[in-house]
Design a protein around this ligand. Structure first.
Ligand code: PHE
Length: 351
C-alpha cells in the first residue's frame, strides 16, 4: 500500500471512529488514538523526510491535510456532543419553579395580648415615645413611696399585694417606672412602659397577673390639653377614627389632677343600640372606661429633682392602661379568662 493510500485509510478510519464516539470522553480517546503523539498519522508525517525528495512535497502535503481535516472533524463533533450533553443535563435537572411548595407546617400566631401590646407600642412610637421596660420584682419604695402613696393606702396591704419581703413586692402597676426612668434621664422624657403586673385578685374580671402600659411625658409647658390630645389620638388609632374620649375626675396618689378616661362606645350611639335597645356593652352610658391618668404630682417630681425634674420648671402627664382591657374592648371578648385558657378555638380567631 502506498503512503498516500495509507494516509487516506487512516483519515477515513479516524473519521468513522470519531462519528461513532457516543460521548465526549470516547471522542477524546479517538483523538488521542488518531492524532496523539504516538498515533500513526502524525508519525507518517515524520516519515516523509525519508522519502525521495521528488515525493516528499505531495505526500507531506496530503498527510498534513488529512491530519487537519480529521482534527477539524473531531473538533466539530466535540462541539456537538458538548451541546447535547449540556442539554441532557439541563433536561434532567429541570425544576418547575411554578409548582406550589410543600405546604408549610401550620405556624402559630401572636397571642391577642401580644398583638395588642405591639399595637399600642406602634401607636406611641409613632407619636415619638420610646419604649422602656422595668423590673417585675420591685421595691416598696418605687411601687408606693416615691409615687406619693400614704402609709395607710389600701393597696399597700398584704391582702392586695404579693410581698416577697417587707421591702420587696411584685409590682402592682407599671407606674414605678415613672420614677426609675426619670432617675435615669433628664427631661424632656416621653416613654411608654409595657409589662406584667400582679395583684391579689381573682374573679371573672380579674387575674392575679395581667398587663399594663404606662405612659409618661415630661417637658416644659405640658398641660392637661396635651394629655387629652394624646389620648384622643391614641383612642382613635386603636379603636377607630369615629371615637371620642371624655375625662372624668378621679384620684390617684401620684397625679394631680387625676382623671379616668372613657372612650365613646362602639356598639351604640349614646347608650342606645341601632335596634333601639339599651346597650349592654356600655350599660346604656355611651362610654367605656379605658384608662387612668393625670398630671404628674409635683410631690413625685420632688423625688427626682436631682435628675433635673424641678416642678417649677417642668411638668407632665402620666397614664396607665390594662392591655387585656383594651384587647377585650377592641375585639369584643366577654370573659377575661379566655385570654389565658389557651383554647385553640378562641386563639385562632385573631389572625
Ligand atoms: N397605675 C395606675 C393603676 O394601675 C394607673 C395610672 C397610671 C394612673 C398613671 C395615673 C397615671 O391603676
Amino acid at each position: 500500500m502506498s503512503l498516500s493510500e495509507k494516509i487516506t485509510e487512516l483519515q477515513a478510519a479516524g473519521a468513522a471512529a470519531a462519528n461513532a464516539a457516543a460521548n465526549s470522553a470516547e471522542l477524546e480517546e479517538v483523538r488521542v488514538q488518531y492524532l496523539g503523539r504516538r498515533a500513526e498519522l502524525p508519525n507518517l508525517l515524520r516519515g516523509v523526510a525519508e522519502l525521495p525528495p521528488a515525493e516528499r512535497g505531495a505526500v507531506g502535503k496530503a498527510a498534513n491535510e488529512a491530519r487537519k481535516a480529521l482534527e477539524a472533524l473531531i473538533d466539530q463533533r466535540a462541539g456537538r456532543l458538548a451541546i447535547e450533553e449540556l442539554e441532557a443535563r439541563l433536561e434532567q435537572d429541570r425544576v418547575d419553579v411554578t409548582l406550589p411548595a410543600d405546604p408549610l407546617p401550620a405556624v402559630g400566631r401572636l397571642h391577642l395580648i401580644t398583638q395588642t401590646w405591639r399595637e399600642i407600642e406602634d401607636i406611641f412610637l409613632g407619636l415619638g415615645y420610646r419604649v422602656a421596660e422595668g423590673p417585675e420584682v420591685e421595691s416598696v419604695y418605687y411601687n408606693f413611696d416615691a409615687l406619693n402613696h400614704e402609709a395607710t393606702h389600701p393597696a399597700r396591704a398584704w391582702t392586695d399585694t404579693f410581698y416577697l419581703s417587707d421591702e420587696v413586692l411584685l409590682r402592682t402597676h407599671t407606674s414605678p417606672m415613672q420614677v426609675r426612668s426619670m432617675e435615669q434621664q433628664r427631661p424632656p422624657i416621653y416613654i411608654i412602659v409595657p409589662g406584667r403586673v400582679y395583684r391579689r385578685d381573682s374573679d371573672v374580671t380579674h387575674t392575679p397577673q395581667f398587663h399594663q402600659v404606662e405612659g409618661l411625658a415630661i417637658d416644659e409647658n405640658i398641660t392637661l390639653a396635651d394629655l387629652k390630645g394624646t389620648l384622643q389620638t391614641f383612642a382613635r388609632a386603636i379603636f377607630g377614627p369615629e371615637r371620642n374620649i371624655r375625662l372624668r375626675p378621679h384620684f390617684f396618689p401620684f397625679t394631680e389632677p387625676s382623671v379616668e378616661v372613657d372612650v365613646s362606645c362602639f356598639n351604640c350611639s349614646g347608650g342606645v343600640t341601632a335596634a333601639g335597645e339599651r346597650c349592654s356593652i356600655c350599660k346604656g352610658t355611651g362610654w367605656l372606661e379605658i384608662l387612668g391618668s393625670g398630671m404628674v404630682d409635683p410631690n413625685v417630681l420632688h423625688f427626682v429633682k436631682d435628675s433635673g425634674y424641678d416642678p417649677e420648671l417642668v411638668q407632665g402627664f402620666a397614664f396607665g392602661m390594662g392591655i387585656e382591657r383594651i384587647a377585650m374592648l377592641k375585639y369584643g371578648v366577654t370573659d377575661l379568662r379566655l385570654l389565658y385558657d389557651n383554647d385553640i378555638r378562641f386563639l385562632e380567631q385573631f389572625a
